[in-house]
Structures are given as structure tokens and as C-alpha cells.
Design a protein around this ligand. Structure first.
Ligand code: FE
Length: 195
């Protein structure tokens, strides 16, 4: 499939389309980490599934970095293909098809890192070198006002759970199922938003 306009995607083809992106583009490097982007997202989803976390969490972990592939979604500019604001690009794509809780987990996964750095002193110490580097570009730890605003989001604990899975999914050699293992639960989340 070549890049369609976002308008060509619907509740019946979005899961296959995302799966195709995983297959064609998933082997790309996850900047500065010893994993590919697909392995990174699959690891987070696999940890969540093994721990019995909710399907919303599993799916959010699986898709949280989909914004790195915005060139696959026709209505974006070249600037969007850069890492910058990949979380907002990802949320825009998923917003048309997924429940708000999942979209928020994607949209705020970078904010959650800034939140955790401000609210949990031990959190910063376990970040990867690449993640510490990007933290600076992302604005550093949140201020007290930003922390209060973040905690006012009704989905904030889900967002934090997905962020912790994001941080964990950076192992150089972890066996995971492929995207299609998770596809039925991704579809179930999409189906939940059908009107
Ligand atoms: Fe990530």
C-alpha cells in the first residue's frame, strides 16, 4: 500500500494498514536505542499483556510511537517525519479511530516523562542516555503548575503506565509476538468507537 490520504482510512482498514506499516517500516532504527521501532513497541505491549494490564494499555503501548511514521499518512508535511512532536502526530492519526484514553496515552507519552522526572526522583536515574538527551529538547522536568495540569487529566494514570512500558521496551534481544498477535485487540478498541 502506498500512502493514502487519511480520508481513505476507516474503521475496517486501519488495523491492516497499521500492521502493514509495522511490516514495511518496523525495522527502522529507534534513534539512539538498541532496538528497532517495531521491537520497541512490541516489547511494551508484550510486557503489558504478560502482566494482565488492560487491553487499552496494551494497545496504547503497541501504538505509542506510530507518529514516527507520519509520512505513511498522506495529509502530513515532511517536517512531521522528524522525531519532533511525533506524539502529537500519532495522536492526530489515532484520534479518528481509537478511544480517547488510548489517544491521550500516545499524545502525552513525552509529557509523562517530563512529569515523572518532576514527581519521582528515582525515575530520571533509570532513563536511557537517548531519553535523557531528548528530555532536554522536550523542555526538561515539568514545573509545579505543569504537574498539577497533568494530574488533572482523567487518563493520567493510564498515561503514566504506558510511559513506563515505553521506558522498558528497549531490550536488545527480547522475543515478542508480532503485530498480528495483537491485531484482534487493536480492532476491538477501534470497534468501541464505531457510531
Ligand atoms: Fe517510545
Amino acid at each position: 500500500m502506498s500512502a493514502p490520504d487519511l480520508a481513505a482510512l476507516n474503521h475496517d482498514n486501519i488495523v491492516a494498514y497499521i500492521g502493514d506499516i509495522f511490516e514495511r517500516r518496523g525495522n527502522e532504527e529507534y534513534l539512539g536505542e538498541p532496538v528497532t521501532i517495531a521491537a520497541h513497541m512490541l516489547q511494551g505491549a508484550t510486557f503489558a499483556e504478560h502482566r494482565g494490564q488492560s487491553e487499552a494499555i496494551i494497545v496504547a503501548a503497541l501504538l505509542h510511537d506510530i507518529g514516527h511514521f507520519t509520512s505513511e499518512f498522506g495529509s502530513f508535511t515532511m517536517d512531521d517525519t522528524e522525531d519532533r512532536f511525533h506524539e502529537e502526530a500519532g495522536a492526530r492519526i489515532l484520534g479518528a479511530f481509537f478511544p480517547e484514553a488510548i489517544v491521550d496515552c500516545v499524545k502525552y507519552h513525552v509529557a509523562a516523562k517530563r512529569y515523572l522526572c518532576a514527581s519521582r526522583p528515582a525515575y530520571f536515574d533509570q532513563l536511557s542516555a537517548a531519553s535523557v538527551h531528548s528530555l532536554k529538547l522536550q523542555g526538561g522536568p515539568m514545573s509545579a503548575d505543569e504537574v498539577a495540569e497533568f494530574e488533572a487529566n482523567p487518563n493520567h494514570s493510564l498515561i503514566v503506565e504506558v510511559r513506563l512500558l515505553d521506558d522498558e521496551g528497549k531490550l536488545p534481544d527480547m522475543e515478542t509476538p508480532d503485530f498480528w498477535h495483537f491485531a484482534p485487540m487493536v480492532q476491538a478498541q477501534v470497534d468501541a468507537t464505531r457510531v
